[in-house]
Design a protein around this ligand. Structure first.
Ligand code: GDG
Length: 453
């Protein structure tokens, strides 16, 4: 059998101790099989490290390279997170495009291709991940790679009118056509991509979503990512008996807990979420003093200006809401920007009566699935989920909301807090089935089945 080679911006080496929030590493880490090679950036910046450093753990080989400061700023902070991330989350108002950063991005993608190729066997299957590495496949082809190379986008794709705003949108689209398979979480993202290739590259996709561009057949697919629900449920149940969960329970004095856990990112809709909680307390005063919200917003991409601005906005907003409603023995919102350990987070999900997942746009959103997995069957909580998360296409028995409508979200929180046990159980059973079925193995196997020759 061919070896699988995963290529992603950051590599998650199991020995890294500090908890890190981030969906891609969590999801790929769970589906890793011995024999796989995982290639990417070490997370280090320096002048050395131009040849890969190899680590072995549990039969998986990790090959990492370093970036220079200039590469980090142009490729990662600049083009990837200052231009592509906002664009692909429909935030043209946040699009900061600079040509030299795009060139830096191309340069790092070329560097990935150049350093990866000598490590490859002829029959390796290469699977490249996410928006940071859109042009890696094209760079590999330019250097003669004949491998089957696939690409998976973990975030949304946008329709032609939006892609058009990015000055290098069409070259990126062409670069995506160097892959044999291009995967997305849901049909909406796939269809937006197909609309873009039809509009800008003048190709007509076949019924099955494949098309031919410059002599190469490109297959597109949707393949929703999942979590290891069984393992997560066990972690949550264990954690529920641990010290942190005891402490949070004691601190609640039997009040209901509403939980949110996200990277501190503007795509996650945190200001909207806080405004909705404000609306809840305003319109349904019976919940004052009887419910607490815990928002864990692990700091992320701190070198990107927009993220610093968001942090200041949230600090102000939480201060304002807490100032208005707090009693000397109760505050409405507990807000922390430090990551919790995965185990503690799982236990807190289990304690929480409501899981509040309200991104303005999200490729999938694994927190929604984790919240479902963490619940106890005897007394499950209620998931409130944005209709703009990819997860909403699968988790239809959640309370689905428009995160831009603070009133609607407030009403959903009220509905969740007052929902009787039989309805909570019924909804959770239906969600449970979906979450348990979508394992990381199924995600990987579905993609690889399309990628294999
Ligand atoms: C991208 C796409 C897509 C969060 N806070 C803490 C913590 N987390 C963990 C969660 C979850 C992960 O981070 C976040 O995953 P998401 O899927 O919600 O979001 P992104 O990081 O934006 O991921 C997304 C994903 O890729 C996979 O394709 O679903 O749409 O944007 O696992 O639990 N983990 C720990 N402490 C925290 O405080 N340990």
């Amino acid at each position: 059998m061919s070896r699988l080679v995963i290529v992603s911006n950051r590599v998650q080496i199991p020995s890294e101790k500090a908890p890190r929030a981030g969906g891609l590493a969590v999801a790929l880490g769970a589906g890793l099989k011995p024999g796989t090679l995982w290639f990417g950036w070490s997370g280090k910046r320096g002048t050395g490290g131009r040849t890969p450093t190899l680590h072995e753990a549990q039969g998986v080989t990790y090959a990492t390279i370093d970036l220079t400061d200039k590469e980090y700023h142009e490729f990662y902070v600049g083009f990837s997170n200052g231009a592509l991330w906002p664009l692909l989350h429909y935030r043209l108002d946040f699009l900061d495009y600079f040509r030299h950063e795009y060139e830096g991005y191309r340069g790092v993608n070329a560097y990935f291709a150049e350093t990866l190729l000598p490590l490859l066997n002829d029959d390796d299957l290469v699977w490249v991940h996410d928006y940071q590495l859109i042009t890696t496949g094209a760079e590999m082809r330019e250097r003669g790679a004949q491998h089957r190379i696939g690409f998976f986008l973990h975030i949304p794709f946008v329709p032609p009118e939006i892609l058009d705003a990015l000055p290098c949108g069409i070259p990126l689209l062409r670069a995506l056509c160097a892959y044999d398979v291009v995967g997305f979480h849901i049909d909406d993202h796939k269809n937006a991509f197909l609309a873009c290739v039809s509009a800008f590259l003048d190709v007509t996709p076949d019924e099955d979503g494949s098309f031919v561009y410059e002599g190469r057949r490109v297959q597109t697919m949707s393949d929703p990512i999942g979590i290891d629900a069984e393992d997560f449920a066990a972690t949550a149940a264990r954690s529920a008996r641990g010290a942190e969960v005891r402490r949070i329970r004691e601190s609640l004095f039997s009040r209901a807990l509403v939980i949110g856990a996200d990277r501190l990112d503007y795509s996650k809709g945190l200001p909207n979420r806080f405004r909705a909680f404000d609306q809840l307390l305003e319109r349904f005063p019976e919940h004052r003093g009887t419910v607490s919200m815990l928002q864990v917003a692990a700091r992320s991409r701190e070198d990107v200006d927009r993220y610093q601005q968001l942090r200041r906005t949230l600090d102000r907003l939480v201060g304002d809401i807490n100032g208005r409603y707090s009693e000397f023995d109760w505050i409405p919102i507990r807000y922390m920007t430090r990551a919790l350990s995965r185990k503690t987070l799982a236990g807190f999900y289990r304690v929480a009566r409501v899981g509040l997942v309200t991104p303005l746009r999200d490729g999938m959103n694994l927190v929604a699935k984790e919240y479902v997995a963490a619940q106890s069957s005897a007394d499950p909580g209620v998931l409130i989920l944005s209709r703009f998360a990819g997860a909403a296409y699968e988790l239809r028995d959640a309370l689905i909301v428009n995160p831009f409508d603070a009133d609607e979200v407030a009403e959903a929180i009220n509905q969740a807090l007052t929902m009787e046990l039989p309805e909570r159980k019924e909804r959770w059973q239906a969600l449970r089935e979906v979450v348990w079925a979508g394992t990381p193995e199924r995600f990987t196997e579905t993609f690889l089945a399309a990628l294999r020759p």
